[in-house]
Design a protein around this ligand. Sequence first.
Ligand code: ATP
Length: 354
Amino acid sequence: MVRLAVIPGDGISSEVVPEAVKTLEAASEIFEFPLEHESFDFGVERYLRTGQAVPDDFDEFIQGLPARFDAALFGAGGTDPRVPAGISAQPVLHGLRSGLDLYANVRPSRLLSDDLTPLKGKTSDDIDFIVIRENTEGYESGTAGSFKVGTPDEVEIRPEYNTYRGVNRVLEFAFDYAQRLGLTKLSMAEKGLPNGLWSRTFNDVAAKYPEIEARHVHVDTLAYMIVTAPETLSVVVAENRAGDILSDLGGAIQGSRGLAYSGCFNPDREFAYFEPVHGTAPDIVGRGISNPIAAIMAARMMLEYRGHQEAADAIELAVRATIANGTITRDLGGRSSTIEAGDSVRQELRTQAG
Ligand code: ATP
């Protein structure tokens, strides 16, 4: 059983998220599990219609999600020239992450086809790691500000907060994740104080998992490793800002921004949310050429989370088959539309099911 809140958001989200939902519907028919989904239109389009990007009771809505749904599928929030700056579906992201305290952002970096990576000589065997990004602290605290803007005395303050509780729980999450999946290598990336909170807490948590080889790596070195030696990586856990950059790099070596996806978790909650990693792609919005695979893979990750492993595996196989049959969008070197690529995934899914 899956009860899903679908919140497409802005830009190309209204093109790619429906492809993910149609793929879930096909999987629910083929694998015979009940799927209920409800869509919420927060963001720019809603603002244009009603004057509000999100409703007045938005905080209550977010807090009420776990009682009504098992998971949410979100697209992206971003600027749109048709509306004043700051109007977008971005509050959804903040609400899901901070409001629901979904502190561990898990971003897989796996090759869906050997041909896609820009890294010379690397294959699917080499590119198969996960970046777990701390999702609620660091520079996400909302306390940045500036004054004397536009004058030579302008001051901008961007503090980063790291609390013992926040650092400890995401490190525990990462080690636990590695242990559950039988992964024996874990790297922690940051650039904090020498012997600071992250490195001390890392040593303490690592000591509880002697079977896992734990390395503390500076974020710049880890970025270098992603490009030169991704095969040495398995689970990477990182502070908020470092994790943001590293996971995008991990996405880039998969071949396109249209392929990377993530899930956000808090093991104390029976609710998680999933999203493609890309943004609103204003340069291609409305043209029907955006790649739906990241959104479809985010939906696949949601099925895995809900225990529908067989359906999740089948969707991944269907995505791989679609890339192999060439029904792919321009970012992957193809000529297909968003809908054609999504239709191909569903067709491949049905073909597999016989
Ligand atoms: P935002 O301000 O919403 O973050 P952005 O332009 O900074 O938008 P993305 O939306 O991720 O960031 O876009 C970065 C580049 O990747 C753009 O050239 C965009 O067209 C491309 N891109 C992003 N997502 C896709 C996709 N699903 N399919 C094809 N190209 C994509």
